[in-house]
Design a protein around this ligand. Structure first.
Ligand SMILES: [Zn+2]
Ligand SMILES: [Zn+2]
Length: 124
């Protein structure tokens, strides 16, 4: 597979499943891999909201060559991903993986805070 953003750079397989570009350090996630990698229920929290922000950017899917659409991950954040409407894969530019990792960690800590609170309420 070729990187959608660099000319003619081959993506390298990393972590046994993801496709990483040694040129621009972007990463391709096939459908369901985003959810799996970040432990989310689904790749995109609300697909309808995200798709409402879609803009074509003249990049093409490394998997099926459809034109990618740039979407706002949750309809408001500054996390922009390129999504393929054909195979439903997602392209992350290099800093976008970190951004989503931070979002995932925040969500995680919010959830564990809630769990602690609930436990405390049960004890009282
Ligand atoms: Zn690249
Ligand atoms: Zn595709």
């Amino acid at each position: 597979m070729k990187c959608p953003k660099c000319n003619d750079t081959n993506l390298m397989n990393v972590l046994g499943q993801l496709d990483f570009c040694p040129g621009c350090q972007g990463t391709w996630f096939d459908k369901d891999e985003t959810a799996k990698y970040f432990s989310f229920e689904q790749d995109i929290p609300n697909l309808e909201v995200a798709l409402a922000t879609a803009q074509k950017k003249d990049f093409f899917c490394p998997r099926c060559n459809n034109e990618l659409e740039e979407i706002q991950y949750d309809g408001s954040s500054d996390l922009l991903l390129d999504r393929c409407n054909g195979c439903e894969g997602l392209w992350f530019d290099s800093e976008e993986v970190d951004k989503l990792m931070k979002l995932a960690n925040n969500q995680e800590s919010a959830m564990s805070r809630m769990a602690r609170l609930r436990q405390k309420l049960n004890e009282e």
